[in-house]
Design a protein around this ligand. Structure first.
Ligand code: SF4
Ligand code: SF4
Length: 255
């Protein structure tokens, strides 16, 4: 039986596969190949999203088993059913940015940045994610203390360099967050602009800052102007429906 399995991830039992190609319609990462009347999973392209697992009318596709730590990492970010065991942290990101205004996680005079890399159907290789993270850390971004999924492949949190054995891993998408002193905003924007020309995927950065009643922050927006970056046209405001318990936020009126 094992010799009929293509790999140990999402595998297709070749003795059951009729070559009907139904599974091809379910794979968002073009990771299933049709060859000689059978379908096979390409382990280099598969992101372990699990979308194909229930697609086969003949029961030829089997669930993922015996995952390595890197495959668990892949599955954490790729499986929409929410398999998340990496770092013991549910979800894809590090912290819940919607609660930054009531948690003592963002230091005074610091902004936060959310990095959404890749997309289902576009994907990314971790070597591109490393380029983004290292460029931003060189520009002043810091990771928060504590565990978050991406930390499991970043042994050195001062440079953001990834584990060398993971650079060719293919992912659906990757999400992480970091903080930086607000004086570093021009450097962060410049780094984003430069690294966006060096990657073979899509990058959607989100700037997170306390608005404190000042929604049109000219000081911030002028940094975009200086670098020739169009001012953001989309924003989201979280009002923090909770009682602030950070001493740093004592200036805010009680809710
Ligand atoms: S859906 Fe099942 S039987 Fe059809 S090609 Fe895919 S694995 Fe083979
Ligand atoms: S697990 Fe996802 S990426 Fe891998 S073959 Fe199935 S649908 Fe494609």
């Amino acid at each position: 039986m094992l010799k009929d399995m293509v790999n140990i991830m999402s595998f297709i039992d070749q003795s059951l596969c009729t070559g009907c190609k139904t599974c091809l319609l379910f794979c968002p990462d073009d990771a299933i190949d049709y060859l000689d009347g059978k379908c096979k999973v390409d382990p280099k392209q598969c992101t372990l999203c699990g979308c194909c697992e229930n697609s086969c009318p003949f029961g030829a596709i089997h669930p993922t088993t015996d995952l390595t730590d890197l495959q668990i990492f892949q599955q954490t970010f790729g499986d929409p059913r929410g398999s998340s065991v990496t770092g013991g942290n549910a979800g894809r990101g590090g912290r819940e940015i919607k609660t930054l205004d009531v948690k003592p996680t963002l230091k005074p005079d610091y902004f936060s940045i959310c990095l959404d890399m890749g997309r289902p159907g576009v994907g990314l290789y971790l070597r591109d994610a490393e380029k983004i993270i290292t460029a931003l850390m060189a520009a002043g971004m810091e990771f928060a203390e504590g565990d978050f999924p991406l930390a499991t492949i970043i042994p050195d949190r001062t440079t953001g360099k990834f584990r060398p054995d993971c650079l060719d891993v293919h992912m659906h998408s990757l999400l992480t967050e970091g903080d930086f002193h607000k004086s570093k905003l021009p450097d962060i924007l410049k780094a984003l602009k430069e690294v966006s020309t060096e990657i073979d995927t899509v990058l959607c950065p989100g700037l997170i800052l306390p608005v404190d009643g000042n929604i049109e922050n000219e000081e911030v927006l002028s940094c975009f102007d200086d670098l020739g970056i169009p001012r953001p046209v989309r924003s989201k405001i979280n009002v923090g429906l909770g009682k602030p318990y950070s001493p740093d936020l004592s200036r805010l009126p009680p809710l």
